[in-house]
Structure formats: structure tokens, C-alpha cells
Design a protein around this ligand. Structure first.
Ligand code: MRU
Length: 377
């Protein structure tokens, strides 16, 4: 079950955006999410008391973005355990809620393993639930630390690739504090550049059809006082042609062993544009997003979303008429092609930046070495 608590007015806006938090009120533990579908109009918290409410929040993109999905999945297992639900069943539905971001299944697995190990040892359900929660909290904390290291590493790479500073960076989708225990992935690098006075402009792709760029990245850029400009996705070509983009920074939902990168649909066309215009195309993601079990781009399952996300627009307070609850912008019955992600081949990626370091050029061997190194730490 999920409840909604609206926070109206500027006074209640948190200075830090808590995308997710665990609470233990007397009625029992809950997972509190910032409902990202309502931003930037209002900050509304979604309170989940069970895994099925969290699955719904994941599918509707109230909680989203690869690293945060991992954290949410882990807390979801902890929630099921703490509330006495069947943990294996909850873990299975959570892991399958969205297919592309590898972090979701990974986060779920981590909390479930901690739960299993403690239960096997002590036979105590409460201790096992606590172990799952500890695992989720650790993952949350590790993600914050990884985010800070990615920002550092990404900034160093920008300095190397673009000596002289004054970067004009194009980004796609949303990769900031809303998707992370810290300040995010690609956005964290842009933010680091901003803080040292090296960001001249952040070009923000609106990111059709669900507008994560317009609604969320612009929101985060504004909150951080960054110089940013919003553009429609299809304006990117003319921006490159005008010589206005120095680098592209994006996140990733899954990186295959060969270095193919699945990220929000529209990333691949940016990579093609970047190559044509000799602009670095940089992917920033935690090492956990590299999936050694996915050999190549063709093996990545790309989530297909409902057509109404394309054939309708949803505006708060507008009359609701379409099948998806939005205003139709195409004739009724129009079929839509709506993949949530696309896959960029490694040869178009200048560098992959992780908390363990960067690989450039992107090869299967270099990625495998980076993963092996990170497992040793
Ligand atoms: O469908 P979404 O909004 O979950 O897609 C998110 C993205 O594509 C992000 O770019 C990706 O998860 C990387 S976030 C660090």
C-alpha cells in the first residue's frame, strides 16, 4: 500500500533532495520515496508499506534511475522482511519490475542474500530482517561514496580531454541526486565542474516522452545554481553543428561486457552526433552497472513502455481524456514505438567513468580488468 503526503509551498522544500528514505514509525517500517512523477510542480512523498506498492512506484517511474533502483530494490526486500511478508516472493517481483537497469536485480539480490545468510545462521526472522536492512543501508551509503568518486574521476577526465575549461556539456535524461544516494553519475560530474568554475553551460535534453530532462535535470540544475538551457531532443543536431557542445555526459542502465551502453532512449543518436562532430561522448556509471553476465548490446533487454506515453501528454490539472490519463496528441488508435532505452556500441563511447577509474578506449578487456580490480578491493 502507498500513501501520498503532499508538501505544498516553498517553505517545506528540503535543501537536500531525499529521493528515498527508510523510516520506522510506531505503525511499522516504511519506505518513503520522493514521487518523481510529480516534479517539478510539487514535492510529494510516496509512503510504501509493502513490496507491491514499491513495484508500482518503480513501474510508474516515481522512483527511477539505475543506482536508485538498486537501492530501492534492496530496501524493498528489507521492507518485506520487516513486515513479515514472503521475502523470496517479494524479491522476485521487485527484481522483475523493470528489466534494463541491472542495478535493480543486483540490489534485490544483495539484501536477499544478507537475509538468507542471517536466517541460515540464527534462524531468527527479526535478525534476518535487520540484516537485509543493514545491506540496503550499506548499498545506499556505498552509492553516495561511489558518486563522489565518479565526480572526481569524471572532472579529471574532462580537464584532460578539454584543457582550458569553460565546458559546454550536453546531458540526457536525469542522472543527479534524484537517482542516487549521493549527487548522481553524469550530473555529479557536471556539478563538480560547476563548483570549480569550469562549467560554462549545461545543455539539458528534454528527454521525450517522459521528460526526465525537463522535469528533473532542469530542476536539479536550477537548485544548484548552474547555467543551464533546455532543448528538445531533436534540437541537439543543430547545437552540435553550431559548435556549441564540448562534451556529452550521460549515465547508463546497463553496460554489457563488451562496453555496449544501454541508457535512456535518445542516447545513441547523441553518440552518433558526437562522433560526427568530434566531441567526446562520456558515460558515467557505478561499476555495478557493468554486467559481466551480459556479453553484448544485443543481449540487453530493452524495456518497452506503453504507447500512450507517446500518444498523450500528461499535465497536472488538465482535463483527462486519454487511455493513459493524459491529453491525446495523436489520433485515437495511433500505434506508438516506445522503447525506454537504446544501446550505444562501445566504438562510439569515448570513455566510461566509474568510481574505480575510467576506461578509454572502451574495450571488453579494459572493462574486465576494471571489474576484477574493483572486486579485489
Ligand atoms: O527510465 P528512467 O528514467 O529510469 O531512465 C533513467 C536513465 O536512463 C538514466 O540515464 C540512467 O538510469 C542512469 S542514472 C544514473
Amino acid at each position: 500500500m502507498a500513501d501520498q503526503h503532499a508538501q505544498s509551498g516553498e517553505d517545506h522544500r528540503p535543501t537536500e533532495i531525499p529521493a528515498i528514505r527508510w523510516e520506522e514509525p510506531p505503525e511499522g517500517p516504511v519506505l518513503v520515496l520522493l514521487d518523481q512523477t510529480r516534479l517539478p510542480a510539487e514535492e510529494v512523498e510516496l509512503v510504501c508499506t509493502d513490496a507491491s506498492a514499491l513495484v508500482e512506484a518503480i513501474r510508474s517511474l516515481a522512483v527511477r534511475g539505475a543506482p536508485l533502483l538498486g537501492i530501492a530494490g534492496a530496501y524493498g526486500v528489507a521492507l518485506a522482511a520487516a513486515r513479515g511478508f514472503d521475502v523470496d516472493e517479494a524479491a522476485n517481483v521487485l527484481a522483475g519490475a523493470r528489466p534494463t537497469a541491472v542495478n535493480l536485480a543486483l540490489g534485490v539480490r544483495r539484501a536477499r542474500s544478507a537475509h538468507r545468510a542471517e536466517f541460515a545462521k540464527s534462524g531468527d526472522g527479526e535478525l534476518a530482517a535487520r540484516a537485509a536492512l543493514d545491506a540496503a543501508r550499506r548499498l545506499h551509503q556505498e552509492d553516495a561514496e561511489a558518486s563522489a568518486r565518479m565526480a572526481e574521476c569524471g572532472l579529471a577526465l574532462l580537464d584532460e580531454l578539454l584543457p582550458g575549461g569553460g565546458h559546454r556539456i550536453l546531458t540526457h535524461c536525469n542522472t543527479g541526486a534524484l537517482v542516487s544516494g549521493g549527487e548522481g553519475t553524469a550530473f555529479a560530474v557536471a556539478l563538480a565542474a560547476h563548483r570549480v568554475g569550469q562549467l560554462r553551460r549545461l545543455w539539458v535534453d528534454e528527454t521525450r516522452p517522459l521528460l526526465q530532462g525537463a522535469r528533473l535535470t532542469a530542476y536539479e540544475a536550477a537548485r544548484n545554481g548552474m547555467a543551464y538551457t533546455l532543448l528538445t531532443d531533436n534540437a541537439a543536431g543543430s547545437l552540435f553543428a553550431a559548435g556549441e557542445v564540448d562534451a556529452v555526459l550521460i549515465g547508463a542502465d546497463r553496460i554489457a561486457a563488451d562496453g555496449s551502453v544501454a541508457n535512456k532512449v535518445g542516447s545513441y543518436p547523441l553518440a552518433v552526433l558526437a562522433r560526427y562532430h568530434h566531441v567526446p561522448f562520456i558515460v558515467v556509471a557505478p561499476i555495478t552497472t557493468v554486467d559481466p553476465d551480459t556479453p553484448d548490446g544485443a543481449s540487453i533487454e530493452v524495456e518497452q513502455r506503453p504507447g500512450y506515453e507517446v500518444t498523450e501528454v500528461t499535465a497536472p490539472q488538465a482535463p483527462v481524456t486519454g487511455a493513459g490519463g493524459g491529453i491525446p496528441v495523436a489520433p485515437l488508435g495511433t500505434q506508438a514505438y516506445n522503447p525506454a532505452f537504446d544501446v550505444t556500441p562501445p566504438e562510439l563511447v569515448t570513455a566510461i567513468v566509474t568510481e574505480e577509474g575510467a576506461v578509454s578506449p572502451v574495450t571488453a578487456e579494459a572493462l574486465a580488468e576494471l571489474c576484477a580490480r574493483s572486486r579485489q578491493v
